[in-house]
Design a protein around this ligand. Structure first.
Ligand code: AKB
Length: 322
């Protein structure tokens, strides 16, 4: 029987992916971990252990004790926070990945999942329909760590046969969890502010076009990649995946279709420079051809879904005065 260990299970992707994995493979096949013990609360009874991914020995002991066969290594410091703590971001993102890959080699784990990002690209990358293989010149520590991480994943596959798989996620938008420290976080916060009836101050310019994906699509892509037969996975660095390309103004206008009173202000900060170096759109034909990737959500469908589900997930934020 497979046993899946998830690191960073309390994070934006982790909290949703952990629930999806528990639903797909059964709660007892999943062991959620996070450095923050409070993550246990949002994981709805899924077996949980506190775990600091910087502690390689503790990961190894948990893998041994719990007979773990697969690791979903999601813990990371994202682009915006990474720029504030570059050395910490580098060591957390890289050292923990190397500990997981080494463990996978030593213990012959059956699979490893590790998320990459569009942050591997930079200002000299072709920005429209960014190809799978092209110049990558990341300008953030997060992006550099994802670029190096991709090469390490490929290396462990080629040299040691570790079945490690990865996706280059665009900005992720979901209603079940809050983002933590990314440049694309505005696209989640804007929905919260709209429902709270407050003006949203956007830290990116109104016409900043970025690739984004609704969380159900991100989960669908991850499960499909991990379920695909080994011989269909022909890219062992990380696959480009894409769903939609949108600007803050387009997100704002799509919300106003439902909440016409909603207001926005634009006040860019240091995250604008990060976003300016990232692709505008992504060519994901390899993911489509190799393992059948197809997104289901565009902007109007996502906005409708976000606005209808958010109040149930964060009811304390949206209680109406009596
Ligand atoms: C971030 O903004 O840092 C992340 C990402 C695109 O990887 N959401």
């Amino acid at each position: 029987m497979e046993k899946l260990l998830i690191t960073g299970a309390g994070g934006q992707l982790g909290s949703e992916l952990t629930l999806a994995l528990a639903e797909t493979y059964g709660e007892n096949s999943v062991l959620a971990t996070d450095v923050n013990p409070a993550a246990e609360k949002i994981l709805k009874g899924i077996p949980f252990r506190p775990l600091d991914v910087m502690d390689a020995r503790s990961i190894a002991m948990l893998v041994e004790k719990e007979k773990v066969t697969q690791i979903y290594h999601l813990a990371a410091i994202l682009s915006a926070v990474g720029e504030k703590q570059p050395l910490k971001a580098w060591s957390l993102n890289m050292d923990s990945l190397l500990s997981v890959l080494e463990l996978a080699r030593e213990k012959k784990l059956s699979k490893v999942y590790w998320p990459s990002s569009i942050a591997v690209f930079g200002p000299n990358t072709p920005s429209h329909q960014t190809p799978q293989n092209c110049i990558q010149d990341p300008r953030t520590v997060y992006g550099i760590s994802k670029q190096a991480g991709e090469k390490w994943c490929e290396y462990y596959f080629l040299k040691h046969g570790v079945d490690v798989r990865s996706l280059r996620y665009p900005g992720l938008i979901g209603y079940k969890s809050l983002p933590g420290g990314g440049t694309t976080d505005y696209a989640v916060e804007i929905y919260h502010k709209a429902l709270e009836g407050k003006t949203f101050t956007c830290f990116l310019k109104k016409d900043t076009l970025l690739p984004m994906m609704y969380m159900p699509d991100a989960i669908k892509a991850t499960l499909a990649l991990m379920e695909a037969p080994k011989n269909q996975i022909r890219i062992r660095s990380a696959y480009n995946v894409s769903a939609m390309s949108i600007t803050p103004e387009q997100v704002y206008q799509s919300i106003r279709e439902h909440l016409p009173e909603f207001n926005i202000l634009y006040e860019q900060d240091y995250r604008q420079a990060i976003a300016d170096g990232w692709p505008r759109s992504i060519d994901d034909r390899n993911a489509r051809d190799h393992w059948g990737w197809r997104p289901s959500y565009d902007l109007p469908k996502m906005t409708q879904d976000m606005l209808s589900h958010l109040p149930n997930y964060f009811p304390h934020l949206y209680e109406q005065p009596h």
